[in-house]
Write a protein that binds this ligand. Structure first.
Ligand code: GLA
Length: 562
């Protein structure tokens, strides 16, 4: 068990067994054999602000600083809002002379490191964005194939949140190269070891075939595509530990991109891409640098990518690993405490990221983009409410950034939207203009309705509850829903939702809640029911019935009495 997790259990006085169970549920998915992504952050859903929903591409360093300043002035840090995130369009279309991303030279002229420092000086952590593709959604430089250098750049800047989009993605080929031989050379020396294809142990669909063009061996391994076969070379003896150049001798015959991974000694994985064949010769070479131990080594060669989902999972896992590696490296180099980067996967739910997101990052978008419209909010809620099994401390479903305060959402819609995100244990990343909360004389406009909503501590407490359990829908008739979210101290949150635009009656029985397997609410004659938005408490024995206006919710926190 990771130290961070143990500490979290201790500090919050939680039951380690229940938490391990939850954790096991989350770790059940071992996509590509990966473990749960645990960088010690986002043990409750991350909270902050991001630029996209309101500003789109019209951002600059002054806006970001002004937002951080306004967030501080409105005391949002005290409520748990931690991150100030710059979304798309912060970067220049030019990488710098060292191949590093840099801020737009005209709109972020002071550079991102300076912006991080400014945001930190207001007490917030800075977030940044690129895409798991060759370009961002706004066609600016991105991090696919630049994972290491970009992760290091972000870590060096002191960034603490990273949203990784999916535009311009290039899937990893499911096809594997056909292997004629493997050549090994100590770094800087000539090839010394030749492993012929017939020396490999072949498993699954892997097969030894013949091609007379591959002189002098005439043989090659095929059938390693789609995770269906593996070739293993054992007992590769080298005189000393260190960096070696591994050259795959491949059969050039297929006019498609190819991919394989080489697992050395069962621990280190090296990825290798071979391009679609164009040249006339049959024999191709593909190289990677591997670390070998003194004595006998093994190489397992395969392509574990069998689908688009495997590809997305692997690419996000790669970036997650690079982020963790980079923050550790920077901490080691500077002697300063590590600043882990909260990793936000923005893959729009295309490849069921809830199945593998917990192996790759801290949160994963469940759907395409949100809009400040009731239909969009409800559509996203519907897609996310059923995914309760996948969320938990450290790894969350992300129904997208909040639109509270944007567009023409009514007060009821804003309240319902915020309440649903609280119940869903969703990240609370604001998307509105925080500067509007501050009056001209610099004082806070506490009458601002949007500020009142996003700073309702009792609603936030439901979202930030330490158990980290996403709500479940226990009742629906298509028009109205009843949602239940277990909370610490044997309490429970209940949300009644009217999705339609006319008023509707909604009811539930508290006694029935005590029979729900996932709820730990004691059986009692009487319960205190706190109405979060009315800020009133009443006592109830069993049934609660409400008439809800259109597009609105009731949100309760319920506790057994005596
Ligand atoms: C995608 C994402 C959005 C936003 C934009 C930026 O659409 O889903 O949240 O980041 O890209 O271009």
């Amino acid at each position: 068990m990771k130290e961070s997790f143990k500490k979290f259990i201790r500090q919050n006085n939680l039951c380690p067994v229940c938490h391990m169970k939850k954790l096991m549920a989350a770790t059940k998915v071992h996509v590509n054999g990966a473990d749960r992504f645990d960088n010690g952050v986002a043990l409750t859903p991350p909270m902050g602000w991001a630029s996209w929903n309101l500003f789109r591409n019209h951002i600059n360093e002054d806006i970001i600083k002004d937002i951080a300043k306004a967030m501080k002035a409105a005391h949002l840090d005290e409520l748990g809002y931690q991150y100030v995130n710059v979304d798309d369009c912060w970067m220049s279309s030019l990488r710098d002379e060292n191949g590093r991303l840099q801020g737009d030279l005209a709109t972020f002229p002071s550079g991102i490191k300076a912006l991080v420092e400014a945001v930190n000086s207001y007490g917030f952590k800075m977030g940044i964005y690129t895409s798991n593709g060759t370009l961002t959604c706004e066609d600016l430089p991105s991090s696919l194939y630049h994972e290491r250098i970009d992760a290091e750049t972000f870590a060096e800047w002191g960034v603490e949140y990273f949203k990784y989009d999916f535009c311009h993605n290039e899937p990893i080929p499911t096809l594997a190269p056909e292997i004629e031989k493997v050549l090994i050379a100590k770094k800087g020396e000539k090839e010394t070891i030749t492993l012929l294809s017939e020396q490999a142990e072949l498993r699954g669909d892997a097969i030894l075939l013949e091609d007379e063009n591959l002189s002098p061996t005439g043989k090659y391994i095929s059938g390693l595509s789609n995770g269906a076969g593996t070739a293993i070379f054992y007992d590769v003896d080298v005189p000393e530990e260190g960096e070696y150049t591994l050259t795959l001798g491949i059969r050039k015959a297929v006019r498609k991109d190819k991919y394989c991974e080489i697992i050395v000694n069962g621990v280190n994985t090296y990825a290798l891409r071979a391009p679609a064949t164009k040249g006339p010769s049959r024999q191709g070479r593909n190289q990677t640098s591997v670390y070998l131990k003194k004595g006998k080594n093994s190489f397992l060669i395969h392509n574990p990518i069998g689908s688009r989902m495997d590809s997305a999972a692997r690419q996000y896992q790669n970036m997650g690993k690079e982020l963790m590696r980079a923050t550790k490296k920077v901490a080691l180099e500077t002697g300063k405490p590590e600043k882990p980067i909260c990793f936000s996967i923005c893959e729009w739910g295309l490849n069921r990221p809830w199945k593998w997101g917990a192996t790759a990052g801290n949160l994963w978008r469940t759907t395409p983009d949100i809009l400040p419209k009731w239909s969009s909010i409800i559509g996203i809620y519907e897609a996310t409410v059923r995914l309760y099994n996948y969320a938990g401390p450290g790894n969350w479903n992300d129904p997208d950034m909040l639109e509270v305060g944007n567009g023409n959402l009514t007060d009821n819609e804003n309240i319902a939207h915020f309440s649903l995100w609280c119940m869903l244990a969703a990240p609370l990343i604001l998307g509105n203009d925080i500067r509007k909360f501050i009056k001209e004389d610099g004082s806070v406009d506490y009458n601002n309705k949007v500020l009142k909503i996003i700073s309702n501590q009792k609603a936030i407490a439901i979202n930030q509850d330490k158990l980290g359990i996403q709500c479940r829908r226990i009742k629906t008739n298509g028009f109205t829903d009843v949602l239940v979210k277990p909370l610490e101290n044997k309490e429970v949150a209940v949300c009644l939702l009217n999705k339609t635009n006319s008023s509707k009656d909604v009811s539930f029985s508290i006694k029935e809640l005590t029979n729900l397997g996932f709820v730990d609410l004691p059986v009692s004659e009487r319960y205190t029911v706190y109405d979060i938005w009315e800020n009133t408490t009443f006592v109830a024995g069993d049934n609660i019935s409400e008439n809800l206006g259109g597009h609105s919710v009731k949100l309760y926190r319920i506790k057994a009495m005596g």
